[in-house]
Write a new protein. Structure first.
Length: 502
C-alpha cells in the first residue's frame, strides 16, 4: 500500500478526454495524446490494497489490481506491466474498451468514488509499450501438437497466444480479410486505434502464431481436412447473428443493422475505399438500441456529418446511484451513464440525443421505397408493449438497428462438420470445461463427434464484454492444453458456466 490515507486525501480524477470539438474533427482515440502521467500515478495511490479486494471478483480475468496499482503509484512501470500481463494478454484493449466492472466492485465504491482502475490499466500497458517492456515470448520447447483457432476476435487471439506460448503449433483462421474480428471491424477507431491491434498481431507472429485471414472454415477450408490436420480446434467465431426488429417497413432501403454500418466505416479508416457504402453524411439518423453498439453508431454518425441523430432506448432513464436490488459489489449496476458519444452529441446539438422508454413501431417509406420516417411509441414499464396514443414520428433517411446479437450462426458447414449443436439460449453447447457437446440426436445419425473441439467467447457465452472474451479465451486454451497433454499449467480464470457477480 502506498499511502494509507490516499483515498481520503486524493479525490477521484479520471483522465480527461480531448475536447468534443476536437474529437468530432477526426477519428483518433478519445484520449489520444492526453497526458496520463503523473495523474494516473496519483490515482493509483488511492488504492487501499484491501484485505479482500473485491475488484478481483468484479473482473473475470482476476486481474491483480492492487498489486499493479502499487507499482504504478511508485512509477515502477516494468513491474506493473509484469503483474498486469500475468492475467491479461491485451490490457491496452481492455483499458480502452472494457466498461470497468472492477470499478463498480471497488471497496471505495461503498461510500466514495472508486479508483480509476481503467485509466491505470491503460497507462501501464501504454507505458510498457513505450518503454520497450513488452516483447515476444516464444516457447522454450515445442510439444509437437497443433491447434486450429477459428475466429480472431479477442477470445480467439487470447486462446492462440496462450497455446502458442505453451509450445503448440497454432494457426488462426479468419474469414474477414484482416485479423481482429470485432476489434478490427466492429469497434470504431475513436475507441481503439488499429495500431494497437496490429502491434499485438506482430508480437504473436514473432512468437510463432500463424494467421490465415480471408479463409472461411467450411467454405474456403474443408472442415474434415482441418480436423485431420490439427489435434484440437477452438471455435471463437463470436455471436454474429443480429437481433431483428419485426415491424412494418423493416425491409425499406436505408434501414441497416449496426454492424453493416460500423464495418463500412472501419473499412474506410483502413483505406479500403474513399467513401462507405452506408454513410450518415447529410442524413437525419435514428439509432434504435441503447447499448454500446448504439453509442458506437452515434459517435460514427456525428463524425460522418449527420444533420441530426436520435438515439432510441427502450429502457427508462436510470438513476445515478445503485438501487436496493443492486447491492454492492454487484458488477456494473444499471445506472445512468453518459458515453463520450453522448457528450459529443450534446456539444454539437445542445442536448442529449437519447429518447428513453420508447420503441419503433414502424418505418415509413418515401415514393422510392427508401425510409423517410420512424414512428416511435412510449412503452409500458413492465412488458415494454407500445402504449396506444403515444406515437410520434421522427424524420429519418438512415435507421441503424443496434439491438444486440442472438448468438452464433447455426446450420453452417462449420457447425455441421464439427458436430456443434445449440444450447437452450442458442449458443454453441459446451461443457464447463469449454469442450463442445454433441446431442444424442446428432450422435445417433452418425455426425462427427466434437471431441477435441472447444468453444470460446461469445459463441458459447452469448453477447458479452471484451474482458469476458479474454477470460474465455484463456480458459479455453487451458482446457485444450489439458486435452492435448493430459495436464496444463495455463491459467483458467473462469469456467464456461461462470457469470458476473450477482
Amino acid at each position: 500500500m502506498t499511502d494509507p490515507f490516499g483515498f481520503l486525501t486524493t479525490p477521484r480524477e479520471p483522465v480527461p478526454a480531448r475536447p468534443s470539438r476536437e474529437r468530432l474533427g477526426d477519428w483518433n482515440e478519445v484520449y489520444a495524446g492526453q497526458a496520463l502521467l503523473p495523474l494516473v500515478s496519483r490515482q493509483a495511490g488511492r488504492c487501499m490494497d484491501c484485505g479482500v479486494p473485491f475488484c478481483h471478483g468484479g473482473c473475470p480475468l482476476g486481474n491483480l489490481i492492487p498489486e499493479w496499482n502499487v507499482y504504478a503509484a511508485h512509477g515502477d512501470w516494468r513491474a506493473a506491466s509484469e503483474r498486469l500481463h500475468a492475467t491479461n494478454n491485451f490490457p491496452e484493449f481492455t483499458g480502452r474498451l472494457c466498461p470497468a466492472p472492477c470499478e463498480d466492485a471497488c471497496v471505495l465504491a461503498l461510500t466514495a468514488a472508486p479508483v480509476t482502475i481503467k485509466n491505470v490499466e491503460q497507462a501501464i500497458a501504454d507505458e510498457a509499450w513505450a518503454r520497450g517492456h513488452i516483447r515476444a515470448h516464444p516457447p522454450e520447447r515445442r510439444t509437437g501438437r497443433s491447434v486450429a483457432v477459428v475466429g480472431s476476435g479477442p477470445a480467439g487471439l487470447a486462446a492462440a497466444q496462450q497455446l502458442t506460448r505453451a509450445g503448440h503449433a497454432v494457426t488462426v483462421f479468419e474469414r474477414a480479410d484482416r485479423i481482429g474480428g470485432l476489434l478490427r471491424y466492429g469497434i470504431p477507431a475513436f475507441k481503439l486505434e488499429k495500431r494497437h491491434l496490429d502491434r499485438r498481431i506482430a508480437q504473436m507472429q514473432e512468437e510463432g502464431t500463424r494467421f490465415c485471414p480471408g479463409v472461411e472454415v467450411g467454405s474456403g477450408l474443408d472442415v474434415t481436412g482441418m480436423r485431420n490436420e490439427y489435434d484440437a480446434v477452438i471455435v471463437a467465431v463470436g455471436a454474429t447473428e443480429p437481433r431483428e426488429l419485426a415491424v412494418p417497413g423493416r425491409t425499406l432501403k436505408g434501414v441497416h443493422h449496426a454492424m453493416e454500418y460500423l464495418t463500412e466505416a472501419n473499412r474506410v479508416a483502413e483505406g479500403d475505399r474513399a467513401r462507405p457504402f452506408v454513410t450518415a453524411e447529410g442524413s437525419q439518423v435514428v439509432i434504435i438500441g441503447g447499448g454500446d453498439t448504439g453509442t458506437d453508431c452515434l459517435g460514427t454518425a456525428l463524425r460522418q456529418g449527420a444533420t441530426s441523430v436520435v438515439h432510441v432506448d427502450i429502457n427508462p432513464v436510470r438513476g445515478t446511484t445503485r438501487q436496493e436490488s443492486e447491492p454492492w459489489p454487484l458488477v456494473h449496476p444499471k445506472i445512468h451513464r453518459v458515453s463520450h458519444a453522448h457528450e459529443e452529441a450534446g456539444f454539437r446539438d445542445g442536448a442529449d440525443p437519447r429518447v428513453f422508454s420508447a420503441a419503433a413501431v414502424r418505418f415509413e417509406p418515401d415514393a422510392d421505397g427508401h425510409v423517410e420516417a420512424v414512428c416511435l411509441a412510449e412503452v409500458e414499464p413492465g412488458d415494454r408493449a407500445p402504449r396506444p396514443g403515444t406515437e410520434q414520428t421522427l424524420p429519418a433517411q438512415l435507421v441503424l438497428l443496434a439491438l444486440g446479437f442472438r448468438g452464433p450462426r447455426h446450420g453452417t458447414r462449420l457447425t455441421e462438420g464439427l458436430g456443434l449443436v445449440p444450447d437452450a439460449r442458442g449458443n454453441f453447447d459446451r461443457t464447463a470445461d469449454f469442450a463442445a457437446r454433441a446431442s444424442d440426436r446428432v450422435s445417433q445419425r452418425g455426425a462427427p463427434s466434437p471431441e477435441g473441439v472447444f468453444v470460446a467467447g461469445d459463441a458459447g457465452r452469448g453477447q458479452s464484454l471484451v474482458v469476458w472474451a479474454l477470460a474465455e479465451g484463456r480458459s479455453a486454451a487451458a482446457a485444450a492444453d489439458r486435452y492435448l497433454m493430459g495436464f496444463s499449467e495455463l491459467p483458467a480464470p473462469i469456467r464456461a458456466t461462470d457469470g458476473p457477480l450477482a
